[in-house]
Design a protein around this ligand. Structure first.
Ligand code: NAP
Length: 494
């Protein structure tokens, strides 16, 4: 689809074997969620030939990349961090145009991506294996890491730079070549990252970028040359990828959806808790897998917390991400806007109450929604299905036992938060909350890049987690064990 507004859009190409080439697929565009009539970027999607060339280029390039060695690959990642830092403001502005998040949110994402590249670059100088004693006096046993080979990277639109960097940096550090299919809503941000990697000196064919719809990703993960797949996105797509990848024995890492609960106990100052919670609901317009979706207040905390939350929701300013006074930008596209509106409507039909929503008018054009605070019961559909937007449901629990059981009453297990200074309650929460990430007195959202990140239950797939150095090395390599004797075998004596 093209229109008159497309003439000023950025023309995108695919990166295949070190060359930027046009696709042979259908015309496609990304748009500004705050001004959807405006195309940000246009391109032709990758066809079967470009996908085939990308996979072949990666296979060809991978061995020399492996042989370059860990230290040199780390240097290239460090240069990538420097190049990205040098382009930070331009990329943040582009991210706000194409994704919709506010400029401070985009700047923070670029800064986090720079940090991530530096972090993985620094891992190049850490020990890369272990040694063990041997039963033979002249022998040492040591482990070696072997790259998987060619890895498929499939990423969502909600963190269009940070999530790809979490995956690409360790994949490359550990000697893999990559074919990357980013989300269709944010292709221009993906292209800038690929440019950064090229400028930093990643050799031709080591990173390949193909732009196109989900079916392109399905074609990619089905290729027998793909030895590992790292995916972040919805659990529906995750299941399709799992069924395509696991039977042939390729490695799989998946970060999927969440339905994250925050439990508030009565000993906490309700105003202070509300400040933190509202940020965790509406940050990035609620389009974080880790966002708070349910607030479970125990006993009196419910009656104290609700008015504090309501005040803050009513005061939220919704607008274009580029406007300095905007606190909550648009959601990614019209489908997302409609899904969020439908989910709120359904919740009300099922008996939920709208306690508060942002009181200012929404801009005329653009995919804007009112950040909304509901009150209801755990049986509501909105308390069971992930709704990817700035909407939260407040629930009442009689005591901590009931709060934990409500929090765990979901097929997801990504994050949980617990607000209390009661040490016994904290111990109980750490032991019994079914979540891969538990935050105490801080928002469900946010994580440090050097600590393991990942969920439990349907939020993940059992595999080493993202981000952390050791976890990512585990995922992006196979371990070999070498038995090294310093003496040659003696000839048998007759
Ligand atoms: P999505 O629809 O699953 O898409 C993710 C990626 O998969 C996109 O690149 C998409 O391409 C591609 N894709 C779609 N169908 C495919 C198929 N059959 N085979 C291979 N690839 C396919 O998810 P999303 O809407 O972009 O992202 C939102 C979801 O991601 C939410 O559920 C959120 O919770 C989750 N998420 C989880 C984490 C985490 O760390 N746990 C972090 C962020 C987001 P197209 O864009 O072209 O459709």
């Amino acid at each position: 689809m093209t229109s008159n507004q497309d003439s000023s859009a950025i023309r995108l190409r695919h990166l295949v074997g070190g060359r930027w080439i046009d696709g042979s697929g259908t015309p496609a565009r990304s748009t500004d969620p705050a001004s959807p009539e405006e195309a940000v970027a246009t391109y032709r999607t990758a066809g079967a030939e470009q996908l085939d060339s990308a996979v072949r280029a990666a296979v060809t390039a991978q061995r020399a990349w492996r042989d370059l060695g860990l230290i040199e690959r780390g240097r290239i990642l460090r240069r990538a961090a420097e190049v990205l830092a040098g382009r930070a403001e331009d990329i943040a502005v582009l991210m706000t145009r194409e994704h919709g998040k506010t400029l401070p949110e985009s700047r923070a994402e670029v800064a986090g991506s720079v940090e991530t590249l530096h972090y993985h670059a620094s891992r190049a100088r850490a020990a890369d294996g272990a040694t063990y004693p041997s039963g033979h006096p002249d022998e040492v046993i040591r482990t070696l890491r072997r790259p998987l080979g060619v890895v498929a990277v499939i990423t969502p639109w909600n963190f269009p730079l940070q999530i790809p960097v979490w995956k690409l940096a360790p994949a490359l550090l550990w000697g893999n070549a990559v074919v990357w299919k980013p989300a269709s809503d944010t292709p221009a941000v993906a292209v800038t990252l690929a440019e950064v990697l090229c400028e930093a000196g990643v050799p031709e064919g080591v990173v390949n970028l193909v732009l196109g719809p989900g079916s392109l990703g399905a074609g990619l993960v089905a290729r027998p040359e793909i030895a590992g797949v790292t995916f972040t996105g919805s659990d529906a797509v995750g299941r399709l990828i799992r069924d395509a990848v696991v039977p042939r024995g390729a490695k799989l890492q998946m970060e999927l959806g969440g339905h994250n609960a925050a439990i508030v106990l009565p000993d906490v100052d309700p105003a202070a808790a509300a400040d933190v919670l509202v940020g965790a609901v509406v940050g990035s317009t609620g389009q974080k897998c880790t966002a708070t979706r349910r607030i479970i207040a125990v006993g009196d905390a419910y009656d104290d917390l609700l008015p504090e939350l309501a005040k803050r929701f009513e005061a939220l300013r919704v607008g274009a991400g580029r406007d300095a006074d905007t606190q909550v930008g648009p959601v990614i596209n019209e489908r997302a806007r409609a899904e969020i509106a439908d989910a709120v409507q359904q919740a009300v039909a099922e008996g939920a109450e709208v306690v508060a929503r942002s009181s200012g008018p929404l801009p005329d054009a653009g995919h804007f929604v009112h950040p909304t605070l509901l009150a209801g019961t755990p049986e509501l559909t909105i308390c069971r299905e992930e709704v990817f937007g700035p909407v939260v449901t407040a629930l009442r629990a009689a005591d901590l036992d009931e709060a934990i059981s409500i929090a765990n009453d979901t097929r997801y297990g990504l994050t949980a938060a617990l607000f209390t200074t009661d040490e016994r309650a904290v111990r109980r929460g750490l032991a019994d909350l079914d979540a891969g990430l538990i935050k105490v007195n801080s928002p469900n959202t946010g994580s440090e890049l050097h600590a393991p990140f990942g969920g439990l239950k349907d939020s993940t797939f059992p595999a080493p987690r993202e981000q952390n150095g050791d976890s990512s090395a585990e995922f992006f390599t196979w371990t070999k064990t070498a038995y090294l004797r310093t003496t040659a075998p003696r000839e048998a004596r007759s």
